[in-house]
Design a protein around this ligand. Structure first.
Ligand code: ZN
Ligand code: ZN
Length: 798
């Protein structure tokens, strides 16, 4: 979050001062005016507050000391969902007519951009109400207020008014309407405001859609879950599938029905105390878990658990040292978790690679063979918003997936970007997001997933139209990846053609670096950095696939200084799913298969590979059929994992092999690896893994533990990256290094590289607000085009 700019605290002797204060940022539709009003009341100031197109405008009269205090308190006590980007103060000399007291002025609807907010988890006040037997919202699952509730998931159009959301069908009852229209009320202009008399209702149905319960729907679901049933539950941004986390059989059934053998499931717990029974929870992690965004956080499993704790099934996240936990993000979830009083699995309700279901009908149709019962409700989900996933690395949060609770929050760019035209960047095909650049702000969509899937692609088109409408965005330039086959690129070309605007292709890894620069507010004219980008695959300038790059880059351009030795991806995309192919390619390229066979004939690894159709593979390599070269470090991880028998045959999800490999490292092994790690060599800017493979094979044949092998690999890789960085930064007088790409979501590698480089005096930038993986690409594309256009304009003016 950006800190507000310092305000000019004026020192004036005048007894009574008058000021005009403009607060900009996320300040509308979040209960900002009532907060300002309350602060003014306590300080006994005169004046008024109103919403305008520029933000919240305050006219205030009082002693200078009190006005200063007033501004400080606005900063300190801003409403939970507000974000102050700037406060502008000026003297009010004109004969402004002040009221006797402090007033909230009605807003002129037309000029106001109330903004579109992210969905926010239930606030404390609403939480108290739903558990208060004396409150008329007792146990009402759709309770919300200005400080919480659904936003992006229910909006159809702007301005953000009830009629433009899926709450349009629910007419406010008298009591709710009073709240809605009373300025000092917590529900003043809370668009989804509702109560049991006028708002949405839950219903429990069986898999044929027959109604089973309405009044006790949630407590019935609790009973079914406790009895081992699988329930599809309609949440804020989509359906989830729920099962009791302590029930091994239920979890197995869910895995079987969902055809998801091993990918970890996310969990929901009633509160942080419950999470702490199973995981280590640091202060920052707890704060984020309990924040309005309420993301899933990957937390370190506790090795020892108290006996009185319900034991969690061991097939939730087998072979992982973390569990993904979230807290309830709506009253419905609070009520459910409170009735169950133990963690449940809550995983996105989708089949195969499709996006999660959002409508009741689709859920009943697509999930009928997975869920036993359905907890539905009649508030439509207009826009699909998946759960966000975060992992703390080096004590700071890093996004694995940025969606619910964050999108469509904008990212404020360095001020030079204010000059940029409106740009639409379409991102990468995997972990797709898109980005709208306008008025110096970048609006990044929620994570949508893999565009290869048709349903996801449809979601992408839906959101594209929605965002352009919500943010009144008319692209003057379009940015796409350089990959010739990305669906996002075809869409980009199509839009560019239809709207007759220029199309720009941006290199994938340059975009990774630029996204990191942008979110760190790196200035447009600051010195070029060394960007180290390690990821799966991205289309390179030389038409090979890159993924292990050292680029000298700024916003405008990048220059490849060094990279990992390219190795064939035998069979193309098949090799992404089958780690053994990468192992064979690495060994053939680095050491030669004959040599490996000759020296390590007795190893399991050689025996397993020998069973594969190696002759065909060799022929493909010889004739260069479907064997694109790649410098990908992601694939190197796959190969090393396969070598030690992890995910040898195939992987179920991206990064699985690398995660499995990292998880094998023990504290002891890591300590030892500081003195004994695998060597890499470098020649003319090409990092060669051959010495690493030689040492690794020797360890395998000597039955060295997987923990040690993994640790030695991670440490060796980290050190060669640091050595290379040291050499390149000296040679090119670079002071700042950027770490980006999905491989840096590896905690061990990231922390070791980051700490090593920082210790050696370099400034290291990493991702905090967007994902290090391809989810961040769209932001990078947008700022690169912006930078080039701004520079072009500057040179024209000269
Ligand atoms: Zn609330
Ligand atoms: Zn009502």
């Amino acid at each position: 979050m950006k800190k507000p700019k310092k305000t000019n605290l004026k020192v004036m002797k005048k007894a009574v001062s008058t000021e005009k204060i403009i607060v900009s940022g996320i300040v509308q539709g979040v209960g900002f005016r009532p907060t300002v009003w309350r602060i003014a009341q306590t300080l006994q100031l005169q004046g008024d507050v109103s919403n305008t197109g520029d933000g919240v405008v305050i006219h205030v009269k009082g002693s200078q000391q009190k006005i200063n205090q007033f501004v400080q308190r606005i900063i300190s006590y801003k409403p939970p969902l507000a974000r102050i980007d700037n406060i502008e103060r000026s003297d009010l000399i004109s004969t402004y007519s002040f009221f006797e007291s402090f007033t909230i002025l009605a807003s002129t609807k037309t000029s106001i951009n109330t903004g579109v907010m992210a969905d926010a988890a239930t606030c404390k006040a609403c939480f108290t109400e739903i558990f208060d037997t004396n409150n008329h919202r007792f146990q009402y699952p759709f309770t919300n207020c200005t400080h919480c509730g659904p936003r992006l998931s229910i909006i159809r159009n702007i301005p953000y008014d009830r009629e433009q959301t899926s709450m349009a069908n629910f007419l406010l009852c008298e009591r709710c309407n009073d709240e809605y229209t009373t300025e000092s009320n917590r529900r003043f202009h809370a668009q989804p405001n509702a109560c049991i008399n006028c708002g949405p209702q839950c219903s429990l149905v069986d898999k044929f859609g027959n109604k089973i319960a309405i009044e006790n729907a949630i407590s019935d679901v609790a009973q079914y879950l406790l009895a081992g049933k699988i329930i599809a539950i309609k949440g804020i941004g989509g359906f989830h599938l729920a099962a009791l986390a302590s029930n091994q059989q239920a979890v197995s059934t869910l895995r079987q029905r969902k055809c998801r053998p091993s990918k970890p499931f996310a969990l929901m717990a009633k509160d942080s105390c419950m999470v702490e029974k199973y995981c280590l929870l640091l202060k920052n992690e707890k704060a984020l878990l309990e924040s309005p965004a309420a993301p899933i956080i990957l937390l370190l499993k506790k090795k020892q658990q108290k006996k009185e704790n319900k034991k969690l099934a061991n097939n939730i996240a087998a072979d992982q040292n973390t569990l993904g936990f979230m807290l309830p993000n709506s009253p419905l979830h609070h009520l459910l978790l409170n009735s169950i009083d133990e963690p449940i699995i809550l995983t996105s309700a989708n089949i195969s690679h499709e996006p999660p279901c959002i409508s009741n009908d689709t859920a009943l149709d697509k999930l009928k063979d997975i869920a036993d019962f359905f907890l539905l409700h009649n508030r439509d989900i207009e826009n699909r918003v998946d759960d966000s996933v975060i992992r703390f690395i080096n004590g700071a949060p890093q996004f694995l997936r940025r969606a619910r609770g964050y999108a469509p929050q904008s990212i404020v760019l360095s001020s030079e970007f204010n000059e940029a035209p409106q740009i639409l960047a379409l991102g990468a095909d995997i972990k797709n997001t898109f980005c709208l650049l306008k008025n110096g702000q970048a609006i990044i969509s929620q994570h949508m997933g893999d565009l290869e899937n048709y349903a996801t692609y449809c979601d992408f088109r839906h959101n594209l139209t929605l965002y352009q409408r919500l943010f009144q965005h008319q692209p003057e330039h379009i940015a796409v990846d350089a990959h010739p086959e990305y669906s996002a690129n075809k869409t980009g070309s199509e839009i560019a053609l239809n709207q007759a605007v220029p199309l720009h292709t941006i290199q994938h890894h340059h975009a990774h670096i630029a996204s990191c620069l942008a979110e760190n507010n790196y200035r447009l004219n600051d010195k070029a950095v060394l960007g180290i980008v390690l990821d799966g695959l991205g289309y390179g300038e030389d038409k090979t696939l890159w993924g292990g790059e050292f680029l000298h880059a700024n916003y405008e351009k990048s220059n490849r200084l060094a990279f990992f030795k390219p190795v064939a991806l035998i069979g193309g995309t098949v090799a992404i799913k089958q780690p053994w192919r990468n192992l064979y390619a690495q060994l053939s390229t680095c050491l030669g298969w004959k040599w490996v066979k000759k020296h390590y004939n007795q190893t399991t690894l050689v025996n397993l590979l020998a069973e594969k159709p190696l002759k065909t593979l060799d022929a493909m390599l010889d004739k260069n059929i479907n064997c694109p070269l790649t410098s990908s470090v992601g694939r190197l991880f796959d190969a090393v994992a396969a070598a030690v028998g992890l995910c040898f045959e195939h992987i179920e999800y991206e990064g699985q092999a690398a995660i499995a490999l990292e998880n094998k490292i023990t504290k002891k092994a890591w300590k030892k690896a500081h003195f004994n790690f695998y060597p890499f060599s470098v020649s003319q800017g090409i990092v060669d893994s051959s010495p690493m493979w030689k040492a690794l094979l020797k360890d395998i044949s000597n039955a060295v533990s997987t923990a040690d092998i993994s640790a030695k690999f991670h440490k060796g890789l980290s050190l060669i990256i640091q050595d290379q960085t040291d050499e390149l930064t000296k040679k090119h007088t670079i002071e700042t290094v950027v770490l980006s790409g999905g491989v840096f979501q590896n905690k061990t590698l990231f922390e070791d590289v980051y700490n090593g480089l920082t210790t050696s005096g370099l400034c290291v930038l990493s991702h905090r607000h967007v994902s290090a993986n391809d989810g961040g690409i769209s932001l990078g594309q947008a700022v690169i085009v912006a930078a080039r256009l701004i520079k072009e304009n500057e040179s024209k003016r000269e």
